[in-house]
Design a protein around this ligand. Structure first.
Ligand code: NAP
Length: 347
């Protein structure tokens, strides 16, 4: 069998499509024949700043959707031919077989989920990183440690609330849906044009982040709703978003502020007793495994089927195969709003 990849041959280089090794899936892995690969902020940052990659040439791409081509030893969850989406973890393993921007990707079975026929590959490819990052922050014990969503909302959660700053982003869209599915009341921020969008995902209160009085308004709404704020998830993690989230959390007597990235703020205590933790790139280790099984085998797979999870935001599809990955990155750099760019490799 042959394989091709969009290679990043050096720091700051342009992607170039060339032959790549065809790797068999290892134990506990599946080999996915990719139909669609998605473009993420991290791909753009690595190409621009030369960060995180230890050796070149490297292959970017951290989420894919396609069909199972082969299953490795010990895999019982999947069979050849099934339609799936999955996380490509080459950054964690530095093993190019695990990279996304290629025709075939090896993925660990617990970071792969079947997709129903009602969901296209392009729609499914928007989910893996957003869902995994949101789930880590909300449910893993080292972060908020909330109970993962079950088939019905948790009975105790109805007076508990969370602030998700950046609800129309990909990670924010997933965080809203998962938090709402656990019964939490979701307060979020988005630009005005995306308020209906985030409400449709389950947010109860939405604030325009360009409003200079936004912190006051969020505080008043939390008090008015008579809810307990369990924490804030700062998906955007710019200096000002972090400060505003910290102010809200601090007002209620300290608590937890999660961020998707470090930015200029160190982790640790800030503003009184508000503790800021940065959610690490998701990868299923032993302690994280219970959350991963709940999310990938239950929430993603069954949630798409029974409507608890929507494949959102919508994809912007670029057709034309691996050659278009560079165009996808260039387009991402121009900015996206409640959308994810995906590249179609095969219909
Ligand atoms: N820790 C990890 O493992 C991990 C994993 C994935 C992503 N990340 C990081 O998390 C961040 C988000 O990633 P993503 O893929 O979800 O981003 P994205 O979808 O590309 O972000 C675009 C969205 O951000 C919103 N936005 C921009 N500035 C905002 C602000 N000041 N306040 C509120 N919303 C704002 C925009 O909202 P409007 O269109 O409504 O204006 C837009 O919809 C990135 O920095 C990424 O690198 C980290």
């Amino acid at each position: 069998m042959s394989n091709q990849a969009a290679w990043l041959s050096s720091e700051h280089g342009q992607l170039e499509v060339k032959e790549a090794a065809y790797s068999k899936p290892g134990p506990g892995e599946v080999l996915i024949k990719n139909h669609v690969v998605a473009i993420n902020p991290i791909d753009a940052k690595i190409q621009e700043h030369g960060v995180l990659v230890k050796t070149y040439p490297f292959i970017l791409g951290f989420e894919v959707a396609g069909e199972i081509e082969e299953v490795g030893e010990g895999v019982t969850r999947f069979e050849k031919g099934e339609r799936v989406c999955g996380l490509a973890i080459a950054l964690r393993t530095q093993n190019l077989a695990h990279a996304g921007f290629q025709l075939h990707t090896c993925a660990i079975q617990f970071a792969v989920a079947r997709i129903p026929t009602s969901v296209s590959y392009a729609q499914a490819a928007v989910l893996p990183i957003g869902l995994a990052t949101a789930a880590s922050g909300l449910f893993e014990p080292q972060y908020l440690g909330l109970p993962p969503p079950g088939p019905t909302p948790s009975a105790n959660a109805e007076k508990r609330a969370i602030l998700i700053w950046g609800g129309s982003s990909v990670v924010g869209s997933c965080a809203i849906q998962m938090a709402a599915a656990t019964g939490l009341i979701v307060f979020t921020t988005a630009s005005a044009k995306n308020h209906e969008y985030v409400r449709g995902l389950g947010a109860a209160y939405v604030f325009d982040y360009s409003n200079p009085n936004i912190v006051k308004e969020i505080l008043a709404a939390v008090v008015g709703a008579g809810v307990e704020l369990v924490g804030a998830y700062d998906v955007i993690s710019e200096d000002d978003t972090t400060e505003k989230c910290a102010e809200v959390v601090h007002h209620f007597g300290g608590g937890v502020l999660l961020a998707t990235r470090l930015g200029n703020r160190p982790e640790g205590v800030m503003l009184g007793d508000v503790r800021r933790s940065v959610v690490r790139p998701p990868s299923p280790t032993a302690t994280e495994m219970p959350v991963w099984i709940a999310i990938w085998a239950d929430f993603l797979e069954q949630g798409l089927e029974d409507g608890r999870l929507k494949a959102k935001p919508d994809p912007i599809v670029i057709k034309g195969g691996l050659d278009m990955c560079q165009e996808g990155l260039d387009l991402y750099r121009k900015g996206v709003s409640a959308a994810k760019i995906v590249v179609e490799i095969e219909e």
